[in-house]
Design a binder for this molecule. Structure first.
Ligand code: PEP
Ligand code: MG
Length: 293
């Protein structure tokens, strides 16, 4: 088996039978971008709610633009997917106490569309930062296609507004997290999404009828159901780019099942990358073990 380092030029690895696999990293703290090394394909998920933690941050276009711009500049030629604020549920935003955000259903894109002034500021910051690198924008907790259409309309309107202010900007591709089971089952109806990324943390909790880190449910036992749903959904993706950024992607125990489901792009916490990279070269693209392993 060749050393991993000889195979990881620009983040492209190959399975034992020669199929290219991309490994990107997930970042929470934007400073983690400094860990982006040549062996990584790019940033598959930047969780912006770690940078924007209060209503004041959410209203600050200049501050957000500077944070996103720095990440994009540091990533250089490599693609970066920044996810819009996934507020609600386990991720509060200081100052939003007036919203019933403890309601489990009001989070992610639903909350952004319920408070469009928050979405509009973030859209402007992202549109402006997009000039400085290869940005894509990802929407959290999408359940219905019209949510993407409404957010794209917000981006269009804010791009026009930036144009009137003569501020440089660029429209990024807009894709979605696949982390709500009903969206996964209906993925072929999401024609307006530019790309898909599976969020297995939420997919698991919603499939298993458990809360995140629920002590009453061994959610790991739902992994076969999650894998089956992903395999079905990948077939519905109609040739659009598909990746996975939930924790399952960084756990070698699930790698065989995820390869068998058709996934070829894994976005993992930086610390998980070496283990996943070495596991990939011991497997065939259909998830079976390579001869001699
Ligand atoms: C997920 O749900 O798998 C995911 C990647 O998003 P988060 O963990 O931020 O909810
Ligand atoms: Mg999630």
């Amino acid at each position: 088996v060749p050393a991993v380092d000889t195979q990881t030029v620009s983040g492209e690895l190959r399975t034992a039978d020669g199929v290219p696999i991309l490994i990107s990293i997930n970042i929470n703290d934007p400073a983690e971008i400094d860990a982006l090394d040549p062996a990584t394909a790019g940033v598959g998920l930047m969780r912006s709610e770690f940078s924007v933690t209060s209503l004041a941050d959410a209203a600050n276009e200049e501050r957000q633009e500077a944070i996103y711009r720095r990440v994009l500049e540091q990533a250089g030629e490599k693609p970066v997917i920044i996810r819009m604020l996934d507020i609600g549920g386990d991720k509060p935003l200081t100052g939003l106490e007036d919203m019933p955000i403890l309601e489990p259903g009001l989070r992610g894109i639903r909350l952004l569309l319920a408070r469009p002034e928050i979405a509009r500021v973030q859209a402007r910051a992202l549109l402006r930062a997009a000039v400085y690198g290869r940005l894509s924008v990802m929407l959290p907790m999408v359940t219905f296609p019209e949510e993407i259409d409404r957010m794209r309309e917000i981006f269009r309107e804010e791009a026009e507004r930036l144009g009137r202010r003569s501020l440089p900007h660029r429209m990024p591709p807009i894709g979605m997290m696949v982390e709500v089971p009903s969206a996964a089952l209906m993925l072929d109806t999401f024609g307006s999404a530019a790309f898909f990324s599976f969020g297995t943390n939420d997919l698991t909790q919603y499939l298993a009828a458990s809360a995140r880190d629920d002590i009453n449910v061994d959610a790991g036992k739902a992994a076969p159901a999650v894998l089956r749903l992903i395999a079905q959904a990948v077939k519905l993706a109609a040739g659009k780019p598909v990746s996975i950024c939930g924790d399952m992607a960084g756990d070698p125990r699930y790698l065989s099942g995820l390869l068998a489901a058709g996934l070829r792009h894994f976005s993992v916490a930086p610390a998980r990358r070496p283990a996943i990279s070495s596991a990939i070269i011991g497997l065939n693209a259909d998830g079976t073990k390579a001869a001699g392993e």
